[in-house]
Design a protein around this ligand. Structure first.
Ligand SMILES: Cc1ncc(COP(=O)(O)O)c(C=O)c1O
Length: 382
């Protein structure tokens, strides 16, 4: 990575930790067996590594390891959970039913749900309030007699806001419907015990927590019906066929172990730095707007707008010094739909930045970033 830039972009992804890389190393070419073929020593080692990893991750989530289905990441987990459950329910009832979600979900949730809508399911997309949060009354009002699934993300990838998932989980449990949450951004920052939070399906990704790219999981409660998304060798209880990515699974578990051990201390440090960043910017830049609730928010996320500033100039100048984003990694250069959904006009959405603080960010980095952003914004306003 370019050493001349400050990096404030740790929500698109994170670098794979050196300890994770080291843990994965033997599983590329030493214990390279197929975990489904336990007739040889190499396969046995691979299979044991997968199961030990599964247990490690499951123990953090306080669940039976059988409930963890490895996938290629959160996108696949969302697709498997949402489409798989919808298909299973439609088969059971003989017709498609009603699903509730929110407009500020990641495309990895919105797009499979919109595909289901094209296939005949009814979809309600709730619009969050100005603070980026939805409330349980909105969910309750949207509920219909054939609603069978609610999907609301735990933490937003752009504005970092934390949705009231425990309340939504409890509402869904009372109504006897399935609650799915995309927890790709929340893993490593929030305690995600799905039973305590009454979550039926939860999507996870390793590369957001300094693990490898290409691995994640869907956590499912026993008894939730699910149609497989791919058929083949019957791996992962027949729900997700395909030879398991042993090194990546081992890396995922190691990343979880590291993250679990320092979560509390790290969250405190990240929050301190985030507040320092915000305080510095607020002091120097008039009219700065924080997008989304500052209280119900991931500790390492800041999303701010500079009304009156030209967005494309802002980003082209910032890019020379700081890596941060104007929206999600998947927004294709368009002004953020998330920011527009919480009431920002296109211009202000363009004049916004998402900054996320990393595990190794220092106080010096924060001070430098404050100085650079202040100069750029104040010069653009002249
Ligand atoms: C909220 C959310 N969901 C899903 C994804 C996609 O995850 P993956 O890259 O593991 O497929 C991301 C990653 O950007 C995300 O932030």
């Amino acid at each position: 990575m370019d050493k001349n830039h400050l990096i404030f972009d740790f929500q698109s992804t994170t670098p794979c930790s050196a300890r994770v890389v080291e843990e994965m190393a033997p599983y590329w070419n030493e214990f390279w067996g197929n975990p489904s073929n336990t007739n040889n020593r190499s396969g046995l080692f691979a299979s044991a590594a997968v199961e030990v990893s599964r247990e490690k991750i499951a123990s953090w989530l306080n669940i039976n390891p059988k409930r963890l289905i490895f996938t290629s990441g959160a996108t696949e987990a969302n697709n498997l959970g949402l489409v798989g459950h919808a298909k299973a329910k439609a088969k059971l009832y003989g017709k498609p039913g009603h699903i509730i979600t929110i407009t500020t979900e990641h495309h990895a949730v919105l797009d499979p749900l919109r595909q289901l809508k094209n296939a005949g399911f009814r979809l309600t997309e709730l619009q969050p309030n100005k603070d980026g949060l939805i409330n349980i009354d909105q969910v309750s009002e949207a509920f219909e007699k054939d609603t069978f699934l609610v999907s609301v993300m735990a933490a937003n990838n752009e504005i970092g806001v934390l949705q009231p998932i425990s309340e939504i989980g409890s509402f869904c449990r009372r109504k006897g419907i399935v609650f799915h949450t995309d927890a790709a951004q929340a893993l490593g920052y929030l305690d995600l015990d799905p039973d305590r939070l009454q979550i039926d399906m939860m999507s996870l990704s390793a590369h957001k927590i300094y693990g490898p790219k290409g691995i994640g999981a869907l956590v499912i409660r026993e008894g939730v019906p699910l149609e497989p998304s791919q058929y083949g060798g019957g791996q992962e209880r027949g729900i997700r066929s395909g030879t398991l990515a042993v090194p990546l699974i081992v890396g995922f578990a190691k990343a979880v172990e590291i993250t679990r051990n320092d979560q509390q201390e790290r969250n405190k440090r990240l929050l301190f730095f985030r507040n320092l960043l915000l305080k510095g910017l607020k002091k120097n830049i008039s009219g700065l707007v924080v997008n989304g609730s500052i209280d119900q928010r991931l500790p390492h996320n800041l999303n701010i707008s500079f009304p009156g500033v030209n967005g494309s100039r802002l980003h082209s100048q910032l890019r020379r010094f700081i890596f941060c984003t104007s929206g999600s990694a998947c927004s294709n250069g368009e002004p953020s739909y998330v920011l527009q959904e919480i009431g920002l006009c296109k211009r202000d959405a363009e004049a916004s930045i998402r900054m996320s603080i990393g595990r190794n960010t220092t106080e010096q980095d924060i001070n430098k970033a404050v100085g650079i952003i202040t100069n750029i914004v104040n010069n653009l306003r002249k």
